[in-house]
Design a protein around this ligand. Structure first.
Ligand code: F6R
Length: 629
C-alpha cells in the first residue's frame, strides 16, 4: 500500500528518497513520485519545490530524476496505491498547492505534500476550497490537504499543518514542505503509521522502518495523533493534545531493518523465495522454545500471559485475508485440543456489527504486518467494548498491533515482500499451535508431557517441509493444466477446509483464476452444479478420520466429469487414475498436517501464475500492507 519517505538533510537527498521508495515497493503501488526543495543545497538560490512523478516502476522514476537533474537536500517521496482517482501521473503524489487561482500543473509548488490513508470528508473540503479559488488538478483526496495547508499558511508550516489536520476526518500519515521554509518537513499521523529516522545531522520520515534500511537504524515510532517538526539535526514531536514530547516519551529505538532481507538471491520472485524459506522460518520460530510456557506470550511491556490465560474462558480471533484463514484453522486446535470455545471473525465485519462482548474473552489479532487498518480497528473496537485481554500473533515486533495488545507472540518469518502471504501464514500457524498448547495447559486440558510430545513433532516440521518442497516438479505439471483454466474448486474437511480456502485465495490473487473453496460436505448443497470437465477440483485429503467421507465427495466430482487434483498422504489407497491426479505427501502429520498441506497449494498458485505470465510479486490491484479501510 502507499509508502512515504521524507528527509531534511544537507546533502542531495534525492537518491536516498528514491531508494527508500524502492524498499517500499513490496507494499504494492501503481504510481510514484518525489519532490524536493532545490534551495536547500548550499549555494543554490532555489526557485521553490520541484517534482517528478511516474506511473512506471520506481527504477524509472530514478532515471527520470537523473535526466531532469532533480536535486535538493529537503524532500518528500511517495508510492501510491490508488483509492480516489485512477493510477495516473496527475493523481500521483507529491501534490502541490500553488495558491488560489493558479491552476498551472507545471507551476513550482508552494506547499508539497504526500499522504497515506483516506480523507472521508474530502468532498466537503474540496467544495469549500474551490469556493476560495483553489483549483484541483487531480481526483485525489490528498490534493485537498495540500490546499488546506496552503489556506492556513501564515509564515509557519507547523502551525498551518496543525490547523489543517483539525479539519480532516479519516486516516492519514502526511509529510509536508513549504517553498519558503527550505530546511523543514512537517509530519502528522492519525490512523496510518509514520516513523521518524534520526541520522547524523539529518532526519527522516517514513511509513515503515524498512524504507530507511542502510540510512539510519535510529527510529522513533510516532504515536496516534502525533505531529513532528523535522529540521536539520533536530526535531520536535507534539502529541495529539499539543504537548511537546520529552525524549523519554518517544524513545529512539535501534531497529535492524536489513536491506539485505529484500535481496532476491537465486530466486526469480520473492514469493518463490519466501515459499522456500518456510523450513528456516519454522525452525527459527521454535529456536529457544525449550518447553511450551505462557512466558512465550508475555507482552512487550512485561505483562504476564499466565495471569491472562487463567482469567479467560473463550477466544475471539480477529484478522483479515490469509491471516483470517490461519485463525480459522486455529479454531479447530483451540476447541479440539485446548477445549476452549473459539470464534473467528473477519475484522472488517466485526468492527461494525453489534456483538455481545464478553470481558472474559481472549481477543487474538493475527497479522503479518501489524498495521492492517481493519484488524487494528477491530482490536480497538473490542477494547472499547471492555475486552481488555488482548494478544497478537504478529510478524513485526515494532508494529501498532504489538504496541496495542497486552500480550504478543512475534512470528519469525522475516520480512515478507511478496504480496501473496506464504511464510507468514505457516509461522502464524506454528505460533497459534503453541498458543493452543499454552492455553490447554492453563486450562488443565493438555498435560505437560502431551505438550512436550507435540513440541517434539513441531521440531520435525522443518525437515518435513523440505520433503514437501521437493514435490515441486509434480506441482509444476498440475500448474500447466491450471494455467489453461478459468475456474477452480478447492475442497477440504475439518481443519483442512481453511487450508482449501487459503489455496483458493492464493490462486485467485496471483493468477487471476476464479477459485472457490468449500467444505467438501457442502458440495452437493450447491457448488456441484458447477462441476464439469472444465472444472479442476483440488482436494486436500490427509489420512485423518474424515478421509472416508472425503472420498465419497471425490466420487461425486468424478461422476460429473470433474477432474480431481488430490493431495493425499503416503499411507492411503488414493491412486492416480483417469481424471484423478494424485500428489502423495511424504507422511501424515496429525494435528500439524495443515502446515504441510498448504505448501503444495502455494507452489501451485506460484507456478500457475508463472505459466500465465502475471506479475507474481505485485498482483494487480493488491497491496502488501493494507493500511486503509
Ligand atoms: C493474501 C494476503 C492478505 C493478508 C491480509 C492481512 O495473500 O496476504 O490477505 O493476509 O491483507 O494482512 P496482515 O496479515 O498484514 O494483517
Amino acid at each position: 500500500m502507499c509508502g512515504i519517505v521524507g528527509a531534511v538533510s544537507t546533502r542531495n537527498i534525492v537518491p536516498v528518497l528514491v531508494q527508500g521508495l524502492q524498499r517500499l515497493e513490496y507494499r504494492g503501488y501503481d504510481s510514484c513520485g518525489v519532490a524536493v526543495h532545490d534551495a536547500s543545497l548550499e549555494g543554490n538560490q532555489g526557485s521553490g519545490l520541484h517534482r517528478a512523478r511516474s506511473t512506471a516502476r520506481v527504477a524509472e522514476l530514478m532515471e527520470q530524476v537523473t535526466k531532469e537533474h532533480l536535486q535538493g537536500a529537503t524532500g518528500i517521496a511517495h508510492t501510491r496505491w490508488a483509492t480516489h482517482g485512477a493510477p495516473a501521473v496527475h493523481n500521483a503524489h507529491p501534490h502541490f498547492s500553488v495558491g488560489p487561482g493558479v491552476g498551472d500543473a507545471h507551476a513550482a509548488g508552494r506547499v508539497g505534500l504526500v499522504h497515506n490513508g483516506i480523507i472521508e470528508n474530502h468532498e466537503a473540503l474540496r467544495a469549500a476550497l474551490q469556493a476560495k479559488g483553489y483549483e484541483f488538478l487531480s481526483q485525489t483526496d490528498t490534493e485537498v490537504i495540500a490546499h488546506l495547508v496552503d489556506s492556513h499558511y501564515n509564515g509557519d508550516l507547523f502551525d498551518a499543518v496543525q490547523a489543517a489536520i483539525k479539519e480532516l476526518r479519516g486516516a492519514y500519515a502526511i509529510a509536508v514542505m513549504h517553498k519558503d521554509e527550505p530546511h523543514r518537513v512537517v509530519g502528522a499521523r492519525a490512523g496510518s503509521p509514520l516513523i521518524l529516522g534520526v541520522g547524523q545531522n539529518e532526519n527522516f520520515l517514513a511509513s515503515d522502518a524498512m524504507a530507511l534500511a542502510g540510512v539510519t537504524d535510529q527510529i522513533v515510532y510516532l504515536a496516534e495523533g502525533d505531529m513532528v517538526d523535522l529540521q536539520i539535526g533536530r526535531y520536535w514531536i507534539v502529541n495529539q493534545v499539543g504537548k511537546t514530547m520529552e525524549a523519554g516519551e518517544r524513545p529512539v529505538k535501534t531497529v535492524r531493518a536489513h536491506s539485505g532481507a529484500v535481496e532476491l538471491g537465486p530466486y526469480r520472485h520473492y514469493m518463490q523465495k519466501e515459499i522456500f524459506e518456510q523450513p528456516r522460518a519454522i525452525a527459527e520460530t521454535l529456536e529457544g522454545v525449550v518447553s511450551v510456557v505462557p512466558e512465550l506470550f508475555d507482552g512487550a511491556d512485561g505483562t504476564a500471559a499466565w495471569r491472562v490465560f487463567k482469567e479467560i474462558d473463550n477466544v475471539l480471533i480477529l484478522a483479515c485475508g490469509t491471516s483470517y484463514y490461519s485463525g480459522c484453522a486455529a479454531k479447530y486446535w483451540i476447541e479440539g485440543l485446548a477445549g476452549i470455545p473459539c470464534n473467528v471473525e473477519v475484522a472488517s465485519e466485526y468492527r461494525y456489527r453489534k456483538s455481545v462482548p464478553n470481558p472474559r474473552s481472549l481477543v487474538v489479532t493475527i497479522s503479518q504486518s501489524g498495521e492492517t487498518a481493519d484488524t487494528l480497528a477491530a482490536l480497538r473496537h473490542a477494547q472499547g467494548l471492555g475486552m481488555t485481554n488482548t494478544l497478537t500473533i504478529c510478524n513485526v515486533a515494532t508494529s501498532a498491533m504489538v504496541r496495542e495488545c497486552k500480550l504478543a507472540y512475534i512470528t519469525r518469518a522475516g520480512v515478507e515482500i511478496g504480496v501473496a502471504s506464504t511464510k507468514a501464514f505457516t509461522t502464524q500457524l506454528a505460533g497459534l499451535f503453541l498458543l493452543t498448547l499454552a492455553l490447554g495447559q492453563a486450562k488443565g486440558k493438555i498435560t505437560e508431557s502431551e505438550s512436550d510430545h507435540y513440541l517434539e513433532q513441531m521440531r520435525h516440521l522443518p525437515v518435513a517441509l523440505q520433503a514437501v518442497l521437493a514435490l515441486e516438479p509434480q506441482v509444476v505439471s498440475w500448474a500447466e493444466d491450471f494455467a489453461r483454466k478459468n475456474n477452480a474448486l478447492f475442497l477440504g474437511r475439518g481443519i483442512h477446509y481453511p487450508i482449501a480456502l487459503e489455496g483458493a485465495l492464493k490462486l485467485k490473487e496471483i493468477s487471476y483464476i476464479h477459485a472457490e473453496a468449500y467444505p467438501a460436505g457442502e458440495l452437493k448443497h450447491g457448488p456441484l452444479a458447477l462441476v464439469d470437465s472444465e472444472m479442476p477440483v483440488v482436494t486436500v485429503a490427509p489420512n485423518d478420520e474424515l478421509l472416508e467421507k472425503l472420498k465419497s465427495n471425490m466420487q461425486e466430482v468424478r461422476a460429473r466429469g470433474g477432474v480431481l487434483y488430490v493431495l493425499a498422504d503416503a499411507n492411503t489407497d488414493i491412486e492416480n487414475a483417469p481424471g484423478i491426479h494424485v500428489i502423495r505427501m511424504p507422511e501424515h502429520y496429525g494435528a500439524l498436517s495443515p502446515i504441510l498441506h498448504v505448501v503444495p497449494l502455494q507452489l501451485l498458485s506460484y507456478h500457475t501464475a508463472l505459466a500465465r505470465g502475471t506479475d507474481v510479486d505485485k498482483p494487480r490491484n493488491l497491496a502488501k500492507s493494507v493500511t486503509v479501510e
